[in-house]
Design a binder for this molecule. Structure first.
Ligand code: FES
Length: 248
């Protein structure tokens, strides 16, 4: 968007054919909404504001000074709010990491134990936490990522709300786990270790869940299921979706 700032004469002219107060109220209204629900304001409100400004510019060839001043003020307020949130997050991340380090400080192989604690807390290892860990431990970030990526257990992305884990151990493999895995991949549209774009389903593959007598087996949200056939997969996914809809 190209915003041209109006000079005093243009502002005066604009006020004759345009109700600047209405625009100002709209901007103030958006700010009030931000305050009420800062979390998900973003795209919708910003797009609405940009639309209004573009319409205004299209109609008059410029954006009046009082409106541009109001937008600048709104941006300042929003930036300050985001800075406060960032400071709070930084403090929280540092405190959590220090607690994990204190717990495992004198243990051998403590990096892995700390990463386990972080993943248990967040469900994955967020980048900002890994960076804080690197600073606090004095270990290179590259070394931390070496460990995270070496062990299949650690995740770098938030997990999905639901996890389908297909067993690909020997007993399950011999009983057709490859077909099961293909079916889950195809139903969810993701590969193992990935989460669907809506973050609802995560697909994992493991080697033996200790239910070899029920091969081929899988685990759906922590519940082991045995003698699973590819044709059962759609039903498992539908059951999760139905349960979720019933709750919401
Ligand atoms: S190999 Fe699948 S449960 Fe043991």
């Amino acid at each position: 968007m190209c915003v041209r700032f109006a000079n005093a004469r243009e502002v005066k002219r604009s006020r004759q054919d345009y109700d600047g107060n209405a625009m100002k109220s709209a901007v103030v209204g958006l700010e009030a909404e931000h305050a009420a629900r800062p979390a998900d304001l973003a795209r919708h409100d910003e797009a609405a504001l940009l639309d209004m400004l573009e319409t205004l510019e299209g109609q008059h060839g410029y954006v009046p000074r009082d409106v541009s001043d109001e937008v600048a003020r709104l941006v300042d307020v929003k930036l300050e709010r985001l800075r406060r949130i960032q400071r709070k997050l930084d403090t929280t991340v540092r405190r959590d990491v220090q607690q994990h380090i204190a717990r495992w400080r004198n243990e051998e192989g403590n990096l892995i134990m700390i990463l386990h604690a972080i993943q248990n807390q967040h469900g994955y290892v967020p980048r900002e936490v890994a960076m804080e860990l690197s600073r606090e431990l004095g270990v290179k970030l590259a070394r931390i990522y070496e460990v995270i990526t070496f062990y299949h257990y650690f995740k770098l992305q938030p997990p999905g709300a639901h996890t389908l884990t297909v067993c690909n151990g020997t007993a399950c493999y011999l009983k057709g786990s490859a077909d099961l895995l293909n079916e889950v991949r195809s139903q969810l549209g993701v590969a193992e270790g990935q989460t669907t774009p809506d973050r609802q389903f995560h697909l994992d593959v493991v080697r033996c869940i200790g239910c070899c007598g029920m091969a081929p087996a899988m685990v759906v949200d922590g519940k082991p299921c045995g003698h699973v056939k590819p044709g059962d997969i759609a039903g498992h996914i539908a059951a999760i979706r139905t349960k979720k809809e019933a709750v919401t």
